[in-house]
Design a binder for this molecule. Structure first.
Ligand code: FAD
Ligand code: NAI
Length: 473
């Protein structure tokens, strides 16, 4: 038996590899187990990183075709999809190799195979060729992430009925794409294929898009995305998809049945490809957690306490496999926190300040509570709103769609939430997160000098608008 280690981490996504590195920095003897060929988990291999590569490339393609001419640049872009997919793959490889390098640099032993918990102090690794090896350890961190949620009646084959993974490697641009779910994946990957030439229709069960986001922001996002050419069928559900030879798309087409969310008359829509993006479920297959006595919560997530400990001493869990937003940075911060706790320090994550970003164009970003959440909690607040049409940099860049909203406590002025839709929102939300982490007020933000001309001046103006004293509005 190899070991004993101080810590074995199962899964090397953003939660697992960051946890392993932090634990090694703090002097623990650490090993990781990963069943994929490359480290980095969902995020680096089939999630955040490849999707952002395609969002970036497709955004530039669209800009070259529709935005350059008005700036005096005449070009006629031609899509080379194979090269675009290769560009994405190169970005993925660069990132996954970076993780392998960091694990090695921190002297972390890396085992390839499926990890299975054999009690609190032993893990079995089964390699792809069936070879088994037992490892001894003082602690185990489960960081096995999540998997695509399936929709009954739509079996994913990654060719015509696809998950986000298939949507990252379609070999040709489908003429018509139906996206099931107007959440983050549906809007991001729907945007990619619309920009590359697909007619995209998004079918959403609820009567709004992006259910987790501030209602004002989601409404604006729907208006802008519709203007860009994305169609929405809200309040509907997809009930099935059959191969059809009679559709607009020819022999490989699908006839997709949809009906009102509350039931009613069935309609059919033609599509070449259906992207199922209705959420993700925690992944614990083959881990042996039930046999080891580890408890789950009501949504089959691994149940943990405030220190990420399961009900079994020595077994911890972090990331998508436990409760909370399924986000890479949330998993990373939990990885750091549990490593620090295991090293005898006071690891902690502030769940009130976890930014969320949707990488459409314009980008959508949010941190803290939405107006709806504050109203429901009965918290009195003041809102300051500032549109990008009134921001100098946005005007000269021609990116005036969107606005920023700052929500502050009505009595104390402490910032409770910041929500934005606009170019570069993914970068600008960091400022809001920092000020909220320090318990700052709208006035603190309003009195902070911001460089001119920048889009960030809109953040300052929105903070000034909380007291009705925005200058440029
Ligand atoms: P994962 O990244 O899922 O890693 C778990 C790892 O564990 C995997 O590598 C898996 O192979 C391994 N594993 C599982 N079981 C075993 C076992 N028994 N033995 C050994 N190894 C095992 N989040 C963002 O914050 N920003 C984004 O822009 C973003 N974009 C996304 C885009 C897409 C298309 C998708 C699908 C997700 C996106 N996410 C994004 C979500 C993000 O990918 C996840 O929140 C994040 O990867 C969770 O990290 P994790 O470490 O918990 O798990
Ligand atoms: P999601 O939870 O964001 O959205 C799913 C959507 O599908 C919801 O709007 C829901 O109402 C709808 N839906 C559910 N069942 C339906 C049905 N039967 N018919 C029609 N609509 C239905 O999930 P998504 O987009 O699959 O993403 C999964 C996870 O990955 C998210 O939790 C997200 O946090 C993470 N992610 C994060 C990204 C980012 O940070 N930029 C990018 C992509 C994914």
């Amino acid at each position: 038996m190899a070991g004993p280690y101080d810590l074995i981490v199962i899964g090397t996504g953003p939660g697992g590899y960051v946890c392993a590195i932090r634990a090694a920095q703090l002097g623990l003897n650490v090993a990781v187990i990963e069943k994929r060929d490359a480290h980095g988990g969902t995020c680096l291999n089939v999630g955040c990183i490849p999707s952002k590569a395609l969002l970036h490339a497709s955004e530039l393609y669209e800009e070259a075709g529709h935005g350059f001419a008005k700036m005096g640049i005449k070009v006629a872009p031609e899509l080379d999809l194979a090269a675009m997919l290769a560009f994405k793959d190169e970005g993925v490889t660069g990132n996954t190799q970076g993780v392998a390098y960091l694990l090695k640099k921190n002297k972390i032993d890396s085992y390839r195979g499926i990890g299975k918990v054999l009690g609190a102090a032993k893990v079995l690794v089964t390699a792809a060729d069936g070879t088994e090896q037992e490892l001894a350890t003082k602690s185990i961190v489960i960081a096995t992430g999540s998997d695509v949620a399936q929709l009954p009646g739509l079996e994913i084959n990654e060719k015509t009925i696809i998950s986000s993974t298939g949507a990252l490697e379609l070999p040709s641009v489908p003429k018509k794409m139906i996206v099931v779910g107007a959440g983050v994946i549906g809007l991001e990957l729907g945007s990619v294929w619309r920009r590359l030439g697909s007619e995209v229709t998004v079918v959403e069960f609820l009567d709004r898009i992006l259910p987790e986001m501030d209602g004002d922001i989601a409404k604006t996002a729907k208006r802008i995305l519709t203007k860009q050419g994305m169609a929405f069928k809200l309040g509907h559900k997809v009930t099935g998809a059959e191969p059809s030879s009679g559709g607009d798309s020819g022999a490989s087409g699908l006839s997709v049945s949809i009906e009102p969310a509350q039931g009613g008359e069935t309609q059919t829509l033609d599509a070449d490809v259906v992207l199922v993006a209705i959420g993700r479920t925690p992944y614990t297959d083959g881990l042996g957690l039930a046999e080891a006595g580890v408890a789950f919560d009501e949504r089959r997530r691994v149940a943990v306490d405030a220190h990420y400990k399961t009900n079994i001493d020595g077994i911890y869990a972090i990331g998508d496999v436990i409760a909370g937003p399924m986000l890479a940075h949330k998993a990373e911060d939990e990885g750091v926190a549990v490593a620090e706790i295991l090293a005898g320090q006071a690891g902690h994550v502030n769940y009130n300040v976890i930014p969320g970003v949707v990488y459409t164009f314009p980008e959508i970003a949010s941190v803290g509570r939405t107006e709806e959440e504050l109203k429901q909690a009965g918290i009195a607040f003041a809102a300051g709103k500032f549109p990008f049409t009134a921001n100098g940099r946005a005007k000269v860049n021609g990116t005036t769609d969107g606005f920023i909203k700052v929500l502050a406590d009505a009595k104390t002025d402490r910032i409770l939430g910041v929500h934005m839709i606009g170019a570069n929102a993914s970068e600008m939300i960091a400022e809001a997160a920092v000020i909220m982490e320090f318990g700052g007020s709208a006035e603190d933000l309003a009195r902070t000098c911001h460089a001119h001309p920048t889009l960030t001046e809109a953040v300052k103006e929105a903070a000034m608008a909380v007291e009705g004293r925005a200058i440029h509005m």
